[in-house]
Write a protein that binds this ligand. Structure first.
Ligand code: HXC
Length: 258
């Protein structure tokens, strides 16, 4: 029996899959789901045999937001004292690349969960938005920070202030989504991308992800400095020697993840 009630976890070919599983609530994020998702992601991140993590939902909903029925009971003091879904921050600390495979609704906290991943692959049925303003709240899990960085200040303001949603095609044009595929191909595409990443040298992938995150978080000068240190660090890897030797010998590299 799984130790989790609101998510399903499986691993295959160096990839961990976390599937949100609250179908009756369109995978709305409640405290338990976020806690379980964080715990499962941390466990996969600590496993050297895992090189990428896919987070996905159902065909109808990646996640339709934070659980409004659970949140409705909370007041300012509850949230100020206890936070709200703080566990989701664990995703920011993962070394392993995360891929959101989004079908159907990715609204509010669902869109924020997708944006907490490194790549977003969307089914053509996907819908993205930050409709919190309709509930007289604002995004609280990164929506006002990550969305403008991804799609620009003015388009983000349109979504956050009017609550309008974007379909997958618009989200791809705007730069939120890495790839759009037919719904039936969502999981196979996410698997292909995840297995491609997981086949690379793990420490080199960790370094690349850390440098990409630095680009999102800091100044250009700080990011360039971080990148040059991290790039120098990859030359300490045995896999660097193997990768370059294999290129010169016109063969596939055999990475040891060292
Ligand atoms: C709790 C939810 C839910 C949610 C859907 N459900 N979204 N329950 N929280 N976010 C439940 C419905 O109540 C319903 O339960 C069942 O899921 C199916 O939903 P329907 O509305 O019947 O489906 P449909 O008509 O297809 O409409 C789909 C939908 C709509 C457009 C996605 O459900 C919707 O607008 N949901 C809310 C989206 C939203 O506002 N998200 C942002 C939340 S705020 P029953 O029991 O009736 O069958 C947020 C803040 C994060 O995320 C950060 C805070 C700090």
């Amino acid at each position: 029996m799984s130790e989790y009630e609101t998510i399903e976890v499986r691993t295959e070919n160096r990839v961990g899959y976390l599937t949100l599983n609250r179908p009756k609530a369109l995978n709305a994020l409640n405290e338990q789901l976020v806690r379980e998702l964080a715990a499962a992601a941390i466990a996969l991140d600590g496993d050297e045999n895992i090189g990428a993590i896919v987070i996905t939902g159902s065909e109808k909903a990646f996640a339709a937001g934070a659980d409004i029925k659970e949140m409705a009971r909370k007041d300012y003091t509850d949230i100020a004292a206890n936070g709200l879904f703080e566990d989701i921050r664990a995703l920011d600390r993962l070394r392993t690349p995360t891929i959101a495979a989004v079908s159907g609704y990715a609204l509010g906290g669902g869109c924020e969960l997708a944006m907490a991943c490194d790549l977003i692959i969307a089914a053509d049925s996907a819908t993205f938005g930050q409709p919190e303003i309709n509930l007289s709240i604002i995004p609280g899990l990164g929506g006002t920070q990550r969305l403008p960085r991804a799609i620009g200040a003015y388009k983000a303001a349109d979504l956050v202030l009017t609550a309008r949603t974007m379909d997958a095609a618009e989200a791809e044009r705007a730069g939120l989504v890495s790839r759009v595929v037919p719904a039936a191909e969502l999981l196979s595409t996410a698997t292909e991308v995840a297995e491609t990443i997981a086949a690379k040298s793990l420490p080199a992938v960790y370094a690349a992800k850390a440098a990409l995150k630095a680009a999102q978080e800091g100044s250009l000068a700080g990011g360039l400095s971080f990148e040059s240190q991290a790039a120098a660090g990859t030359f300490a890897l045995e896999d660097q020697t193997e990768g370059m030797t294999a290129f010169a010998e016109k063969r596939k590299p055999h990475f040891q993840h060292r």
